[in-house]
Design a protein around this ligand. Structure first.
Ligand SMILES: *Cc1c(COP(=O)(O)O)cnc(C)c1O
Length: 376
């Protein structure tokens, strides 16, 4: 079975094998692996050893995002969140639950966020301290540019937090060139092509030091993790039991990442996957949700066929019988199905997936493959 979901993703055998062992996380043979993973992630993010650090937190992306909000945004602090899709909405939810004040900026979700809109919103409210941006909005498939938006944030003298969960490893990131960027958040199980179970932050050390005591949570506090892990004389291990097998899988996945040619090569493969998928859906008479110029390389939503026989779960089940697993839900305003272009899959896989889609549509008896015009 291959997963075509935007995380968890299909992984290579080497990654699965790296997990098949018993590990004591505080053991002196394991600590160097933890350190090596942190060093490698810092390098991929373009972080300087003196200025930045990569930290790990047990759990999923939401946990890491909550920890970043709690650590860097003070209690009651305002964070401007351009509402680019469902993950931006989740960021706002996490901020509100943590007692921070999300300020929602309504934007066209089918276009990249305009830096001018951010500049305008920040000028209108000097009490906003942070901007929270989703780099690759997994709900829509649109990529938002942290560099140009970061420049607007920097000009306004504010700080930036980036949800890079479905971006990191595939889309470029250079935290050293963006001093306004306090932290970028990502996980083990998306474009790094490892297993779920760990969240990461690449963060500024000065911001972490200044954030001591902010979090209001011991569990979700990157400043505490920094202190525990990296300060001189600290233990260099996790505070609480980590999924050590997952970390070992990340280490193996980073070997494959390097072998492939790093971030540019990974992006090229994902783009090629997305192009094959886009062409394939069009050739079947299906309508990708986004126009080609804004379709990102991570995840593609395809409009549900406007046919009374359409049944998403049945479609998913028929694909599964052919060895492909896609999401059985959608995040778009109008009905759709979504396909991940990430993970250990190639353009040849995408070609065979397109044939599986055709077969599933025929089995269901879909006659009209054009987009549903029903508006939710
Ligand atoms: C996957 C994802 C997350 C985190 O999801 P978890 O299920 O908590 O790991 C956050 N943001 C984006 C953009 C994502 O794609």
């Amino acid at each position: 079975m291959k997963l075509l979901t935007p995380g968890p993703v299909t992984t290579r055998p080497e990654v699965k094998e790296a997990m098949a062992q018993d590990i004591a996380p505080w053991d002196n043979d394991f600590r160097p692996i933890y350190k090596a993973v942190r060093d490698r992630l810092l390098q991929i993010a373009g972080g300087g050893a003196e200025t930045h650090v990569a930290l790990a937190l047990q759990g999923c992306g939401h946990f890491a995002m909550e920890a970043a909000i709690r650590t860097f945004v003070p209690v009651g602090g305002k964070v401007l969140i351009p509402l680019v899709g469902s993950y931006a909405d989740r960021m706002a939810h996490l901020a509100a639950e943590a007692g921070r004040d999300p300020v929602i900026l309504t934007v066209d979700q089918e276009r990249p966020v305009q830096p001018a809109a951010i500049a305008q919103a920040l000028a209108a409210d000097p009490s906003i301290g942070h901007v929270g941006l989703v780099y690759s909005e997994t709900g829509s498939g649109v990529i938002h540019d942290p560099v140009s938006i970061g420049a607007a944030v920097r000009m306004a003298g504010r700080k930036l937090l980036v949800d890079a969960v479905s971006a990191f490893g595939a889309l470029p990131l250079d935290v050293s060139s963006q001093p306004e960027l306090e932290a970028a958040i990502f996980t083990s199980n998306k474009c790094l092509e490892a297993m779920p179970g760990l969240g990461f932050a690449v963060a500024r050390i000065d911001s972490l030091v200044a954030a001591k005591g902010n979090a209001g949570s011991w569990s979700f506090d990157f400043a505490d993790i920094y202190e525990h892990t990296l300060r001189p004389n600290s233990s260099g291990s996790f505070r609480f039991t980590p999924p050590a097998q997952v970390l070992s899988a990340v280490h193996a996945a980073l070997d494959l990442f390097d072998l492939e040619g790093g971030q540019p090569a990974r992006l090229a493969r994902y783009r090629a996957n997305a192009n094959v998928l886009y062409d394939g859906m069009m050739s079947l008479g299906l309508a990708p949700y986004l126009s080609r110029d804004v379709q990102g390389p991570i995840v593609m939503n395809v409009a549900a066929p406007d046919d009374p026989a359409w049944d998403l779960q049945r479609f998913v089940d028929l694909l599964k019988l052919q060895g492909w697993l896609i999401s059985n839900f959608y995040n778009t305003p109008r009905p759709s199905f979504r396909v991940g272009c990430i993970g250990a899959v190639t353009p040849d896989d995408m070609r065979s997936f397109v044939r599986a889609v055709e077969s599933a549509l025929n089995t269901i008896g879909i006659r009209n493959r054009h987009a549903s015009r029903a508006v939710a």
